[in-house]
Design a protein around this ligand. Structure first.
Ligand code: TRP
Length: 364
């Protein structure tokens, strides 16, 4: 047996090429939803908020309703890469599933499968062969890993964090997904996943490729800013509106949102990002364009804008929140839904792992 060659250099693809591929992919999904399989997910670290809802959840719901097979991974193992707390993981997993189902991902539809990846050993086993297909230098160059390395000043960086993009590749490839709904910042992960799929096929299965090369499906939803004027809405920055917040809590949080001192409300995302952010949210929830809403509010100032947003956001979230409350009272249903997701993921993963082991000439 010859020694394996070091993997050739991975170039983190150009953005323009990814955009082009994403547009073509969206078109094909519209035409042939059943030929596609989506994988997405989140780490179970807390409540989902309206940034998740408008940034990604509603897009997932849209794809699922088109009939696309939708695998939703609750990345519980990934939580351990940067946190010591693990006593609440199971609870957070159930809570995340509740947020998903309340948002419209329907585990009874027959094409939506929600599962924690720790419950799918077949998925995790793919990590071993995949780790050999990536070089340390490539992982070091991955922008997210790089950020973490800088943040941790190397001392506290563990190998799980260093290799988590490979674990994510296992999440994406175990079910042979074709489309990964992502934001721009996640594209390097998709690029790495594509490279792993390609290298696996070339090295072990040149005549009968095992993995499709999945593509990022870029969403055109704007990034929702934090209500403190921060760059991104995020739970850890305390600048978000959780889906499960009450109507009063929602009103309170909106009242504290940072705006600017100009009385006349106008939609100018570049010059007035915070006001534009509130107008975007108001637009998602009322259906009117942000420009039209700005015109309606006119000289009413940010006070009036906030009232408008509170009213429409609460009305928009009312059915979701009612569903959420019902689900909280019916945990056996939520658990049964997760069990169904796990069962499906394991069946699919078992088949993929079988093909992988055969391609690699493993015993049996
Ligand atoms: N990294 C994602 C997060 O932080 C969760 C995740 C794990 C994921 N595996 C994935 C997302 C695969 C998309 C595809 O929330």
């Amino acid at each position: 047996m010859t020694e394996q060659e070091a993997p050739e250099n991975l170039s983190y693809d150009t953005f323009a090429a990814s955009v082009q591929r994403s547009l073509a992919l969206e078109e094909d999904i519209q035409k042939n939803p059943r030929r596609h399989r989506v994988l997405t997910g989140d780490r179970p670290t807390g409540d989902l908020h309206i940034g998740h809802l408008f940034g990604s959840l509603l897009n997932r719901v849209r794809l699922a309703k088109l009939g696309v097979d939708s695998f939703i991974v609750i990345a519980d193992y990934q939580v351990l890469t940067d946190r010591d707390v693990f006593d609440q993981i199971a609870e957070c997993t159930v809570n995340l599933a509740i947020d998903y189902i309340a948002s419209g991902l329907d585990p009874d539809s027959g094409n939506v499968f929600i599962f924690p990846h720790s419950a799918v050993p077949e998925l995790n086993q793919l990590l071993l062969p995949f780790l050999n297909l990536v070089s340390l230098a490539e992982l070091e160059r991955n922008p997210t890993v790089k950020e973490e390395i800088e943040a941790a000043k190397t001392a506290r960086m563990n190998a799980g964090m260093f290799t988590y993009p490979v674990h994510q590749a296992a999440d994406i490839l175990f079910c042979k997904s074709t489309a990964i709904p992502v934001g721009k910042d996640q594209l390097p992960h998709i690029e790495l996943t594509r490279t792993i799929a390609r290298r696996f096929n070339t090295r072990y299965a040149p005549n009968n490729p095992v993995f499709p090369e999945p593509q990022g499906l870029l969403s055109n939803a704007p990034t929702i800013l934090g209500l403190d004027g921060g760059k991104k809405m995020s739970k850890s920055r305390n600048n978000s509106i959780p889906l499960k917040a009450t109507e009063d809590e929602t009103a309170k949080i909106i009242k504290t949102a940072t705006t600017d001192s100009e009385r006349l409300i106008t939609y100018e995302p570049q010059r007035r990002p915070q006001v534009a952010n509130l107008l975007d949210l108001a637009s998602f929830t009322s259906g009117a364009t942000p420009e039209k809403i700005a015109e309606t509010i006119g000289n009413g100032g940010s006070g009036k804008l906030k009232e408008y947003l509170t009213e429409h956001l609460n009305a928009f979230l009312r059915p979701l929140r009612a569903k959420r409350a019902d689900l909280e009272k019916d945990l056996p249903y939520v658990r049964k839904s997760l069990d169904k997701g796990i069962e499906k993921a394991r069946a699919v993963g078992e088949q993929t792992l079988k093909e992988v082991r055969e391609a690699m000439n493993m015993y049996r």
